[in-house]
Design a protein around this ligand. Structure first.
Ligand code: ZN
Length: 280
């Protein structure tokens, strides 16, 4: 069936596109970065107030950032200040809910639904699942169902086996795979991406493997050239010291990105993420 867009919606899309191209206009060769792995956890709030975080992003030429936080209030602090720049993701962790128990918490769905009433999230996560026993619980199945129903991304920190399990019970869900599986090799990541068309990958925390001593590693390069459309950059500010290094992390990513063909580098640095999350 043909889809009809009301005039108002077409105008909105045009305005967003114009705005995006202005935001990403490059007056030199510096690649803008859409940072798809940011946390603003409570242990960073005093040392780095929200205004300072946004200044850091501005200084590092990060026009957009996908943010999730422990607790979710951290994300909201940034979102309230700059809702154009910040794409909020809903993290399950708060109070005594943490990476080691969220997948078994009976009231998780209620928490998600309540938070979703007040702001529009781009996805759920980043959450941790260590092993398939954690990934196949009623709560995680319901979380994946909720994401699929609402067209949200799951931002998953796990190994390849967990990703496979989630796709087995929820084949249509969209997964942004944090840290490219953290311990998985680029070859495994590449095979996973060959197999699962709804799998995107953020490379956060892998930067020094990707470019040891600053030089792009050939096996990572092969992954980037094979899947240039589904890979994104991430800083992963999971501890306050990562905020202290923020500009350096982004600068390092830019350094190895510049060793790729320009078209591929632009896709990975911001175009892919803009396509996924830009119209949030
Ligand atoms: Zn992570």
């Amino acid at each position: 069936m043909q889809k009809h867009y009301p005039l108002l919606k077409i105008c909105k899309i045009l305005i967003v596109c114009l705005f995006m191209s202005a935001v990403y206009a490059q007056d030199n060769d510096e690649l803008p970065i859409f940072d798809t792995h940011v946390h603003y956890n409570d242990d960073a709030w005093i040392t780095y107030p929200p205004e300072e975080i946004l200044k850091k992003m501005e200084k590092a030429n990060v026009p957009h950032a996908l943010v999730s936080s422990s607790p979710d209030e951290g994300t909201r602090k940034l979102y309230q200040l700059d809702s154009d720049r910040i794409i909020p993701f809903l993290r399950p962790y708060y109070g005594d809910v943490n990476p080691s128990n969220w997948f078994d918490k009976a009231d998780m769905m209620l928490y998600f639904r309540q938070r979703m009433e007040t702001i529009t999230y781009g996805g759920i996560g980043e959450f941790h699942l260590h092993g398939i026993a954690h990934a196949d619980t009623p709560v995680v199945r319901q979380t994946a169902r909720l994401a699929a129903e609402r067209d949200l991304y799951l931002h998953v920190h796990s190994d390849a086996e967990v990703v496979k399990v989630i796709f087995t019970y929820e084949p249509e869900v969209k997964i942004l795979w944090a840290h490219a599986g953290l311990l998985e090799s680029p070859e495994v990541v590449s095979r996973m991406m060959d197999k699962h068309r709804n799998l995107w990958v953020d490379i956060s925390i892998r930067e020094y493997e990707i470019a040891p001593q600053g030089k792009l590693d050939p096996s990572w390069q092969a992954l980037f050239l094979r899947h240039p459309e589904r890979i994104t950059i991430g800083s992963d500010t999971y501890i306050p010291t990562r905020w202290g290094m923020y500009e350096k992390i982004i600068e390092f990513d830019r350094h190895w990105l510049n060793q790729l063909p320009r078209e591929v580098a632009e896709k990975i640095s911001y175009r892919n993420a803009l396509r996924l999350f830009g119209q949030n």
